[in-house]
Design a protein around this ligand. Structure first.
Ligand code: PLP
Length: 373
């Protein structure tokens, strides 16, 4: 993927804000509880290595990623902390994980059976595994204690090949006001941990929402994701947060072309927009190939502290806005962030697109350069 550094469309990442968000979360943890920064999906679009460096500086003691390649990218950048891959890897890659001291989740005895013969080399350290428990998320994990015990029996065949470093679950409703389902999942999780012969080093259940709004089920590590980036995990559902979350990401561009059009003149593919009189139209060099999707037609950007409507269809690499006057090429455009007294948040973009801010942040394409501010 080519990153477009010679174009004014840029994702700005405020590192100080990330530092503060992590510090706030750490300050609320019990002594001995660690924070692993969730930096999967290019740190939710904010830039993997940049965010990892800031989180480390702020006191994160480990990282969570989604896929093995992200973990290897951290190792290649010389991060030595524990790294946990949250998604299942294929057994054939177990030796790569072990050789790089990367922890992986295990959700079945069959996976262990398949990985075991690949891990017997004396040159490999034991593979660190975290037992994934499906307490109600319905995604990955042991559904019954018997299944978990079958897996432990496989490990017992050659215990030198595995290090049972953790046990964890994931809540599906931690960001909702009604806590009944959450409490059911917590009860189930506690039953699984009680059935373990030995408590592993890491017992963890908390994503951002759990860390903000729930007690931590005897956990000693939190997997801190979206709140590190300053976004409320619940969207609008639970506006009350124990500390102010400050968004770290802004998205900016510039007008590259300005023109006057007249009544009836059409803008963009399909000629879906027609000027209702004399209008100033600016062209912004960003489009759906950058993650600014077609559905953003009719939304707005900020120019000079004023909301300007996105008119006509968003193209692959450009879109047009109606401006109150002629603004020359080079005029700053804010797609997400502050301009004058006005602001547009990722949540606003998500609301307009009928989705969640997680999806908007992760959809910002690799073509957009990330720049620290
Ligand atoms: N833990 C697991 C297993 C996850 O899948 C995720 C994110 O999807 C997280 C933690 C982090 O969640 P959040 O970004 O809501 O903090």
């Amino acid at each position: 993927m080519v990153t477009a550094t010679l174009r004014p469309s840029t994702v700005l990442v405020n590192e100080t804000v990330i530092l503060h968000n992590v510090a706030h979360a750490l300050a609320r943890l019990d002594a001995g509880t660690e924070l692993f920064a969730v930096v999967k999906a290019d740190a939710y679009g904010h830039g993997l290595l940049r965010v990892a460096r800031v989180a480390e500086k702020a006191g994160a003691t480990g990282f969570c990623v989604a896929v093995l390649d992200e973990a290897l990218a951290l190792r290649q950048a010389h991060f030595t902390q524990p790294i946990l891959v949250l998604g299942l890897i294929e057994p054939q890659y177990a030796p790569v994980a072990a050789a790089n001291h990367i922890s992986v989740p295990v959700a079945s005895a069959a996976w262990l059976e398949a990985a075991l013969p690949l891990l017997t080399s004396e040159k490999l350290p034991p593979l660190a595994i975290h037992l994934a428990i499906d307490t109600g998320m319905g995604r990955i994990g042991f559904q019954t204690i018997a299944q978990m015990q079958d897996a432990l029996a496989v490990i017992g065949k050659q215990p030198e090949c595995f290090d049972v470093a953790g046990i964890f679950t994931h809540f599906s409703t931690a960001d909702e006001k009604d806590t009944a389902y959450f409490e059911m999942q917590a009860r189930r999780f506690n039953a699984f941990t009680a059935a373990l012969p030995k408590r592993p080093r890491y017992v963890h259940v908390s994503n951002s929402a759990t860390s903000l709004w729930h007690a931590a089920c005897n956990g000693n590590m939190i997997r801190f994701g979206v709140a590190m980036y300053g976004l409320n995990p619940s969207g609008h559902a639970i506006p009350e947060v124990p500390y102010a979350l400050e968004p770290a990401l802004s998205l900016v561009s510039q007008i590259v072309f300005c023109k006057q059009v007249h009544q009836g003149d059409a803008i963009s593919y399909g000629a879906t927009y027609r000027a209702s009189g004399d209008e100033f139209i600016g062209t912004v060099p960003m489009g759906y190939a950058d993650g600014w999707l077609r559905r953003m037609q009719g939304f707005h950007v900020l120019i000079d502290g004023q909301f300007c409507e996105i008119v006509g269809r968003v193209c692959m690499d450009q879109f047009m806005v109606r401006m109150p006057k002629a603004y020359p090429a080079g005029t700053p455009v804010v797609l997400v962030g502050q301009s004058g007294d006005q602001s547009i948040s990722l949540q606003d973009v998500a609301d307009y697109s009928d989705t969640i801010h997680y999806e908007i942040a992760c959809s910002l394409a690799a073509r957009l350069p990330r720049q620290s501010v």
